[in-house]
Design a protein around this ligand. Structure first.
Ligand SMILES: Cc1ncc(COP(=O)(O)O)c(C=O)c1O
Length: 438
């Protein structure tokens, strides 16, 4: 690889899945290797002190770079070929100008918020959101002098408008409206276009966590969002073997976010970036298979007497949800949340302890099906009374449907549902790993 990475010309008009094997990389820069190597290096050697000075002056914004002259590689906290190629490829899915990759989804979310929301300005967010994001909104940002206000996921954008007006009246105008749609774990959809209009009318940005449906089934930038955020740990990585995050948007926003990423050191590492490049080649295949499986599984769950409610983007629960789904999503994705009829935590645990093929684990979007209990796991930080208010009941379980044969997933769920009254108490660690029981 030449030290100055030259972006190959973009092949226009082709679909992202066609370009995931080649975009952003020239084999001739790496001895003809068809795949980019892992640039497992902390630093890059300059050809001369003058060159090093120039690269730093561009990187730190001390001098404006001539667009004809490519930026050079400096140090892997600032730039690295694997990260850059990955960022170029991510742009294609969401139609973004630029993107920045991070060591985790939370690194992407927190670095972006800290960049774009100054102290004394506020954030309005849809709730529920992933538990870590919830903690950031409820505790960390306010402790940094950034007040936050919630509105219910799926709520009309006029609610956001009212909250923004109140915040402006209190002297802490809103700088960012943050949506997670579909919401984790209730799969409630929030109107991106409507919230973008309101955010922009108040001079705020609209950020959307697109982890559940992106990049295949929802493209927030095309609906007016300014920033798209991902836990790339999920569908983008797709194999439950890495942690990563991403922020996508205009070149101007992403440059600012990258400047803070450099200082906080929240960037992705080269090896995980390389793994993600490999994952992106099969993103469409994996997501299509898990979506098809989820459609089958969700339809089956709806007919089971032990299941009282199924939350699935493909089964909108109201006219308003249906309208948002049809306008904003191109498919329902692979996540299902469902309520076990009349269940408290004990019955939910009996069910969860009985699955054999499906793995009892948090996270989602991997090749294997995963199941978890939001109330006591991913959303354990949310106080119980607030959980109930936002739809997280003790009988709710969240299933990420993988790429196994759908009949086998259904057989496993059927077996586990049948065990609800009769499963033995949970073994202690000394009694052995639960997998050994099955
Ligand atoms: C919707 C959503 N956003 C963000 C995150 C955080 O991502 P990470 O675990 O990669 O930090 C998660 C994690 O589960 C999530 O579900």
């Amino acid at each position: 690889m030449k030290r100055k990475r030259i972006r190959p010309p973009k092949i226009s008009g082709m679909r992202p899945e066609s370009l995931m094997m080649s975009h952003g990389y020239r084999p001739e820069d790496s001895e003809g290797a068809i795949k980019p190597p892992v640039f497992q290096t902390s630093t890059f050697v300059f050809r001369s002190a003058e060159e090093g000075k120039e690269f730093f002056s561009w990187a730190y914004g001390l001098e404006k770079r001539d667009p004809e002259r490519p930026m050079g590689l400096i140090y892997s906290r600032l730039n690295n070929p694997d990260l850059e190629i990955l960022e170029d490829r991510l742009n294609l899915w969401d139609g973004a100008e630029e993107s920045a990759v991070f060591g985790s989804g939370m690194a992407a979310i927190s670095t972006s918020l800290l960049t774009l929301v100054p102290v004394g300005r506020s954030v309005v967010f849809s709730r529920p959101v992933y538990g870590g994001t919830d903690y950031l909104m409820e505790h960390i940002l306010p402790s940094f002098g950034i007040p936050t206000r919630e509105f219910p996921a799926g709520g009309d954008p006029s609610l956001v408008d009212r909250i923004c007006l109140e915040l402006a009246g209190q002297g802490t105008p809103c700088s960012m409206v943050f949506l997670e749609t579909p919401a984790n774990p209730t799969i409630t959809l929030t109107d991106i276009e409507g919230c973008a209009r309101v955010a922009h009318a108040h001079g705020a940005l609209l950020a959307v966590d697109n982890t559940f449906l992106g990049p295949l089934y929802q493209s927030p930038l095309r609906h007016g969002a300014d920033l798209v955020l991902y836990s790339a740990t999920k569908y983008l990585g797709g194999h439950c073997d890495l942690l990563a995050g991403a922020a996508l948007g205009s070149a101007e926003l992403i440059e600012r976010i990258k400047a803070l990423r450099t200082i906080l050191g929240t960037m992705l590492d080269p090896h995980s970036a390389w793994l993600l490049l490999r994952s992106l080649e099969t993103a469409k295949l994996r997501m299509t298979c898990s979506r098809k499986n989820a459609e089958r599984v969700a339809g089956w769950l709806r007919k089971q007497p032990q299941v009282s409610r199924v939350h699935f983007a493909g089964f909108p629960e109201s006219e308003a949800q249906k309208e948002i789904y049809e306008r904003q999503c191109t498919g329902p994705g692979g996540l299902i949340a469902f309520e076990i009829a009349g269940a408290g935590e004990a019955e939910a645990f009996q069910f969860l302890n009985a699955v054999r093929l499906i793995k009892l684990a948090v996270s989602l979007g991997g090749t294997e099906s995963l199941i978890e209990h939001p109330s006591s796991m991913t959303h354990a930080d949310v106080p119980l009374d607030e959980q109930l208010a936002i739809g997280i009941t003790p009988g709710l379980v969240r299933l990420s449907v993988g790429i196994e044969h759908p009949d086998d997933i259904i057989a496993d769920l059927a077996y586990a549902l049948d065990q609800i009254e009769s499963v033995a108490p949970i073994p202690t660690v000394s009694e052995g790993h639960r997998a050994e029981r099955s």
